[in-house]
Design a protein around this ligand. Structure first.
Ligand code: ATP
Ligand code: MG
Length: 139
């Protein structure tokens, strides 16, 4: 299914602020099928692994702390060209630079607390989906 799925997450602060419903509505309206979804909480170790690509960055420690600070909504989304389509729906990493109408423009409060995650490649979409969902939960 490479090319047709992406992995997405609603991050802790957006969950805390009650933005799950509005963000899911935008995802639906944009034509994604939510094929898997769950509420879960990343342990410190899991957050470290999930963002290990950023290990050398100055913000890594804060990022790990933030991502394990509360529950997240994890999901697998299906649509043609899903990775690119979802990245364009969420907008720039920094909400101040995100275009009008994007999820981050509407619901992010800072670069760190930027409401949602979206995979950045087909390869990572599969790796991240496997990280959160076992094969029996995939349909
Ligand atoms: P994500 O991987 O969460 O979808 P992204 O792909 O837009 O975000 P990345 O470059 O992968 O951006 O950075 C991962 C996360 O690290 C960002 O979402 C943000 O929370 C945090 N981050 C990135 N750059 C900075 C920074 N300069 N200062 C603080 N946090 C940052
Ligand atoms: Mg990224």
């Amino acid at each position: 299914m490479a090319g047709n799925i992406t992995f997405a997450m609603i991050k802790p602060y957006a969950v805390k602020q009650g933005f799950i419903g509005p963000i899911l509505a935008i995802i639906n309206e944009a034509g994604f099928r939510i094929s898997c979804i769950k509420s879960t909480k990343l342990g410190r170790k899991e957050a470290e692994i999930f963002y290990s690509i950023h290990k050398s960055k100055l913000f890594y420690e804060d990022l790990v702390e933030f991502m394990s600070s509360g529950p997240v909504i994890a999901m697998i989304l299906e649509k043609e060209n899903a990775v690119e389509e979802f990245r364009s729906l969420i907008g720039h990493t920094d909400p101040a630079k995100a275009k009008d109408g994007t999820i981050r423009k509407k619901y992010a409060t800072s670069v760190q607390s930027n409401a949602v995650h979206g995979s950045d490649s087909d390869e990572n979409a599969l790796i991240e989906s496997d990280f959160f969902f076992s094969k029996k939960d995939r349909y």
